[in-house]
Write a protein that binds this ligand. Sequence first.
Ligand SMILES: Cc1cc2nc3c(=O)[nH]c(=O)nc-3n(C[C@H](O)[C@H](O)[C@H](O)COP(=O)(O)O)c2cc1C
Length: 403
Amino acid sequence: MLETSLRLPNGTVLQHRLAKAAMEEALSDPHEDPTPELARLYRRWAEGGAALLITGHVMVDRSARARPRDVVVEDDRALPMLEAWATAARVNGAEVWMQLNHAGRQTPRFVAREPVAPSAVPAVKMFASFGRPRALREEEIEEIIARFGRAAEIAERAGFTGVQIHAAHGYLLSQFLSPRTNLREDQWGGSIENRARILIRVIRTIRASVKSTTAVGVKLNSADFQRGGFDKEDFAAVVRMLDGEGIDLLEISGGNYESPTLFAGTSTASREAYFLEFARAVRDLTSVPIMLTGGFRSRKVMEGALTEGVVDVIGMARPLAIDPDFPRRLLDGSVDRSEVTMKAVFLKSFNALADGAWSWMQIRRMAHGDAPDPKLSTWLSIAYYLFFDLFLSRTRIMRLGLA
Ligand SMILES: Cc1cc2nc3c(=O)[nH]c(=O)nc-3n(C[C@H](O)[C@H](O)[C@H](O)COP(=O)(O)O)c2cc1C
């Protein structure tokens, strides 16, 4: 089942069912342009055998990055390096899609003191790193929609075979979808049709900007898991709305910075595929192929989800940060599950940050030509991650020791 190919609506044929989900690399140069390290990293992942490689989020607006060294595509000035990135990712014939994003209120203070959001809701409460957002004006919303279209067109020109719109994890499009963060009373807020309007407009704009053979995917939250947030009913309504919009793959995830359920299966928990019940709930509402991401670790659970007919593509992130060859090894039968995870820290509230930081350190190691290090300290990873964003990212120094 894992090895069965899959034809997507745009005609793309995925060689099998294993995909690398997006992981923010934060590997741009100080001008937010891509680097040779990104090409090296994606060549490594391509050799690992995934059928589809989705890049970490690439921001459509420099002032709305989630981390200082996120890659930004606002124009085609870095086209040659983008081409090198796409070419490296394609060495094994895999599909490579660029994930496009705008961080909205999840833009940290040291990127923008006053981030923008659907509404002027309170700042994200996390280590005092976020400023209180101001509400976007209508013309600014139109400008952001246009930015998604422009970035998609540039990604296609650079050789990416598709794009994925990031509408999950509490970033701007997900903020519009959630009644907790979208308090607007105009055409962009209120009913779920209005809250989803920006996402639908982004899809249509991108579809009009790229060839029909270029894939367009969407990553959507099953829920925010917050009181008064985007819930299961909203999720079902959006899935229905997306059905006629010409998308090629719908990835299901969940959570945001304040409620990081996307990492529900941290090393302390053993539950796999933790959003599976949400995929079950919407399977019959759409004809779009579904990719499910979050907690997949064993062949048994992956094959179960595929055989049940609920899920078409298995998305994995953290396992591929520590073992880039995991897809190939699953397919050739040499392993049945991903065993290595970080050591959880005793302060529970740090574990979501730790999960991101530890995997990111492994990604950086690969980008610099080193093998991942299963023994890497969790606290050291957190410290390096914070030090990098607060200080190192402002310098021209690309690398210090460890990662
Ligand atoms: C280091 C790191 C960076 C991530 N960056 C992104 C991102 O840029 N875009 C995104 O949609 N998800 C991102 N994620 C979330 C993953 O795509 C995925 O949804 C999550 O890790 C759960 O899947 P897993 O259990 O296979 O790791 C990131 C995860 C990690 C560990």
